[in-house]
Design a protein around this ligand. Structure first.
Ligand SMILES: CC(=O)SCCNC(=O)CCNC(=O)[C@H](O)C(C)(C)COP(=O)(O)OP(=O)(O)OC[C@H]1O[C@@H](n2cnc3c(N)ncnc32)[C@H](O)[C@@H]1OP(=O)(O)O
Ligand SMILES: CC(C)C(=O)C(=O)O
Length: 496
């Protein structure tokens, strides 16, 4: 097996996304989980860009020791000096320097010439080598750079001592075949000495993963990726997609160091710290990535998982797949869920329940266990159920966010009050205060169903209790009520 180096740029390119900026403590937390995940290189930031970014790169260099810590620069001496200073404490360090090589960049950004750009590329590489042994060079907009000229640039920086050459498809323009051919062209036309080629593909046309893989198939041995594919504009290549594609296709003869069981928890953590929800249909880590909701698929996976699952969810850190009952479900899925609830039904009974199930599902979208119990004439186990009886929140500017909550727990009423960072936090803290259990919220997604301010807010919540995850959902015109109800919905799925 050939080793593929995983270069994670969540903290640099990922953090360029508006609204995703992180403070140093958050960056260190992410760097630590990336280390546990097994990435080979962490691009920790762009030290010249701000004092905060400098401090983060320096702090990560002190704390994280297994992966190489990398800092980005322009082909500018001052940038390189500042990057070297920020990396001073790193056990393994790399400076990532470079310059635009496409005619668009040469003409419009630099008002320069191809010859002059090669000189600046070589000068930057040579200068960076004075500070560190490991120097990566990026040919920005390589995707739109003509191959013959690109090969001249790459040869010049390899001769100057670059150890890794990054071929970014900066604008996400290349087709997979075109990008693969570019990498092959460089392998065939450049004396790479001991240097390796790296991919850095953007998602503007939705081809980042395909392009990166074509790069690898044609000889690149490092991929630059981010968790959840987060990054400038439409994003970068997503780490989890490339890693799982490589793992699923053993015939490629390539391996990575990634502990794939950590992919899902790391995705959740990054999404939450960066305030970037993962789209439900996102490959590998989306909420629906292992959820089957249509009858033909559900029947297939109930008979044999291999019919519709190419990856065991446990391999990426997800407890299990999910069978979601909807109006598109069939009798097999309905029967299986009823069996799980301890209800055995005969064939003629099933036909009748299925008819009523469809009527309800057409109205209600998702059918939960309580709906099923009512459908078969059994009341849900009310004795252990928790209901929201009363909720009052006080919030605003300049006042303390306070909540008063009354819960009905198995018919008995409990009231408490608590504070929080906001009205939702205050209300959730109060529920926790009443129930006095260790429950951790891992996913909390609030979405407006329509655009108007008078509309329903939908809340999805994932709550961990005793090491297992439970999902809760609610919709309400009041988002605080919806949040508390979703929390209670999740709690009602386990016995406390
Ligand atoms: C494709 C990518 O993702 S590249 C990384 C993008 N990330 C960032 O830009 C975030 C960090 N950037 C910053 O904080 C700032 O842009 C800084 C500190 C780097 C520079 O700030 P300023 O000096 O104010 O310059 P500004 O950003 O306005 O313009 C960029 C300048 O760098 C030049 N430049 C751009 N890329 C390079 C490069 N690779 N090498 C050399 N010069 C470059 C531009 O031509 C322009 O120079 P000019 O002033 O002579 O026209
Ligand atoms: C700085 C380089 C590596 C980059 O982010 C890009 O070209 O997209």
């Amino acid at each position: 097996m050939d080793k593929l180096f995983i270069f994670d740029t969540t903290l640099r390119d990922g953090e360029q996304v508006p609204g995703c900026q992180l403070n140093t403590i958050e960056k260190i937390e992410i760097a630590k989980v990336l280390e546990e995940l097994g990435v080979d290189v962490i691009e920790a930031g762009f030290p010249i860009s701000s004092p905060g970014d400098f401090t983060s790169v320096e702090a990560i260099s002190k704390t994280v020791t297994k992966p190489t810590i990398c800092a980005l620069t322009r082909a500018v001496e001052k940038d390189i000096e500042v990057a070297a200073e920020a990396l001073k404490y790193a056990k393994k360090k790399r400076i990532h320097t470079g310059i635009g090589t496409s005619d668009f960049h040469i003409k419009y950004k630099f008002n320069s010439t191809r010859e002059e750009i090669i000189k600046r590329a070589v000068a930057a590489t040579t200068y960076a080598k004075k500070f560190v042994e490991d120097v990566e060079f990026y040919a920005e907009d390589a995707g739109r750079t003509d191959n013959e000229y690109l090969a001249q640039v790459v040869q010049a920086v390899v001769n100057a001592g670059a150890t890794v050459i990054n071929i970014p498809d900066t604008t996400g323009y290349c087709l997979p075949t075109e990008y693969g051919e570019k990498i092959k062209y460089l392998i065939d036309h450049v004396d790479m000495k001991n240097a390796i080629l790296s991919t850095h593909c953007h998602q503007d046309l939705g081809m980042a993963t395909a392009n990166s893989l074509m790069g690898v198939i044609n000889g690149a041995r490092q991929v630059e990726v981010t968790i959840n594919g987060i990054g400038e504009r439409a994003g970068n290549t997503s780490l989890e997609e490339v890693v799982m594609a490589i793992k699923s296709h053993k015939e490629l003869g390539i391996d990575t160091n990634i502990n794939t069981k950590k992919l899902y928890p790391v995705s959740k953590m990054v999404s939450s710290l960066m305030n970037m929800p993962v789209q439900p249909n996102k490959a590998i880590v989306g909420r629906n990535a292992f959820a089957h909701s249509s009858g033909i698929h559900q029947d297939g996976v109930l008979k044999n998982l291999s019919t519709y699952e190419i990856i065991d969810p446990k391999e990426v850190g997800i407890d299990d797949n999910a069978i979601v009952l909807t109006a598109r479900s069939g009798r097999h899925a309905l029967k299986s869920r009823l069996n799980t609830l301890g209800i055995k039904v005969e064939a003629n009974e099933l036909a009748n329940i299925y008819e009523r199930f469809l009527e309800l599902a057409d109205k209600k979208k998702d059918i939960n266990d309580d709906d099923l119990l009512i459908l078969v004439g059994k009341e849900p186990n009310e004795s252990s159920r928790i209901k929201l009886d009363y909720l009052q929140v006080t919030s605003g500017k300049g006042i303390k966010n306070t909540a008063i909550v009354t819960l009905d727990v198995a018919g008995e009423k409990f009231t408490s009050t608590s504070f929080g960072n906001g009205p939702v936090d205050a209300a959730i803290n109060t529920v926790r205060e009443i129930l006095k259990k260790q429950m951790t919220i891992h996913e909390f997604l609030i979405q407006a169903i329509n655009k108007g301010s008078d509309n329903l807010g939908k809340v999805h919540m994932q709550v961990e209790y005793k090491g297992k995850n439970y999902y809760g959902f609610s919709a309400n015109t009041d988002i605080v009520t919806a949040s508390v109800e979703a929390y209670i919905d999740a709690i009602n799925k386990f016995t406390i």
